[in-house]
Design a protein around this ligand. Structure first.
Ligand code: PMP
Length: 394
């Protein structure tokens, strides 16, 4: 292009240039097949090799232990809001847990720290699960601007079928990089959609991690789910093939939501979104070649610090609404003193080819997403513009 465009989008978002160039170069003839990857059958040796590489590279990047299964599924991260409920309530441990009086299921614990965990908790409730809100930041703090102190949490202890949280609230810019302290028998479930691959994770602390690939590891269409083996074990009743009730405790998990179906079929039960598998495989290989998640963390710290420092040095001209310990390294929301000025800021950014800086429609303001593939030069450009704009309008 004749101009350098910087993409600060929250997802779909910037991809590594090298990945796009490789996809372009291979588009008309994938590895000598004479056709593109998206025209091949998913049952070909070429595609199977790609899928195997994708899983192997992914496991290496996050050092996934052997007692965890990794599946790639469709439906976006949102589909796993329900997938988590169905699958984990069918697990052997959950089936044997006591229930509260009148409750259809054992209790499930949710930390609600932003828009995405709120949606997940709501889905569990609609499916009929006995949902306990361990934390509801908006209620306790007045806004999704952090995480209430652990002394205020209402965990259910070992009676909980699982504890759910979102590592990085993409809309609100609230990040929890360390999993919550919970009873050791209770599996922790984490939505890592928007910060996966940006720091090393001790997978062994989790029961389930899932993430849409479209921010830090691929092109929209795939969701990765990491599941500890024992959580796939079911009692005979839970593994029955017919539903006995339209509501929980249902004994039938809809086919495409059932993690065991995808485990048994190596994530190829049905036709996968080939292009997404392909781009995700290229991106994972690229991340490994660039130094893996440790190097990605170094870059994330560097980029996010530049922006937070610019906000801090602005004498209140720019304001980050998030409490310091929970400020995201991936999505950095900030406000100006009035909406008209924010609009002007965004117009100026567009004129400088800085794209997709507008805050999520539910909260407004500005949001700079600085995912792995965003070069530090983009952040330098943004910070220079922030400085310039402040000089002009303070
Ligand atoms: N969780 C988080 C943290 C997200 O950021 C998003 C999407 N931005 C979702 C879930 C929903 O993902 P999808 O659009 O793939 O359903």
């Amino acid at each position: 292009p004749d101009k350098q465009v910087w993409n600060f989008g929250a997802g779909p978002s910037v991809l590594p240039r090298a990945v796009l160039e490789q996809a372009q170069a291979e588009m008309l003839d994938y590895q000598g097949t004479g056709m593109s990857i998206i025209e091949l059958s998913h049952r070909t040796p070429e595609f199977q090799a790609l899928q195997d590489r994708l899983e192997a590279d992914f496991r290496r990047l996050l050092s996934v232990p052997d007692n965890y299964r990794v599946i790639f599924v469709q439906g976006g991260a949102s589909t796993q809001f329900s997938g988590v409920v169905y699958n984990l309530l069918a697990s052997r441990r959950a089936q044997q847990l006591p229930r509260a009086d009148g409750a259809a299921t054992p209790v499930v614990d949710y930390l609600v720290t932003g828009g995405w965990s709120s949606k997940a908790a709501e889905e569990a409730r609609k499916l009929g699960a006995d949902v306990n809100l361990v934390v509801d930041s908006k209620k306790t703090l007045g806004a999704y601007r952090g995480v209430p102190d652990a002394s205020e949490w209402r965990l259910s202890g070992e009676r909980a079928a699982y504890v759910y949280y979102c590592a990085n609230e993409t809309v609100d810019g609230v990040e929890m990089r360390v999993p919550p302290q919970v009873h050791p028998d209770v599996p922790i479930v984490c939505d890592m959609s928007s910060d996966i691959m940006s720091y090393p994770v001790d997978v062994s602390r989790f029961g389930v991690i899932y993430a849409g690939v479209q921010k830090n590891m691929g092109a929209a269409g795939l969701t990765v789910v990491i599941i500890r083996d024992d959580l796939l074990e079911r009692t005979p009743a839970a593994d029955a093939t017919t539903n006995t009730s339209p509501r929980f405790p249902s004994t039938y998990i809809p086919l495409m939501l059932d993690w065991t179906v995808h485990v048994k079929n190596g994530s190829l039960y049905n036709t996968p979104p080939m292009f997404s598998n392909y781009i995700t495989a290229l991106y994972c290989a690229h991340t490994l070649a660039e130094g893996g998640v440790t190097e990605m963390e170094r870059r994330a710290v560097e980029k996010s610090t530049l922006i937070y420092d610019a906000i801090a040095a602005s004498s209140g001209f720019y304001r980050c609404p998030v409490d310091e310990p929970y400020r995201s390294r991936m999505n950095i929301p900030f406000r100006l003193r009035e909406e008209a000025l924010e609009k002007l800021f965004l117009q100026g950014a567009e004129a400088r080819h800085m794209r997709q800086l507008k805050g999520h429609r539910s909260v407004g303001g500005i949001r700079a997403s600085v995912y792995n593939a965003l070069p530090v030069e983009a952040v330098h450009a943004l910070v220079a513009y922030m400085h310039e704009f402040r000089q002009e309008h303070q």
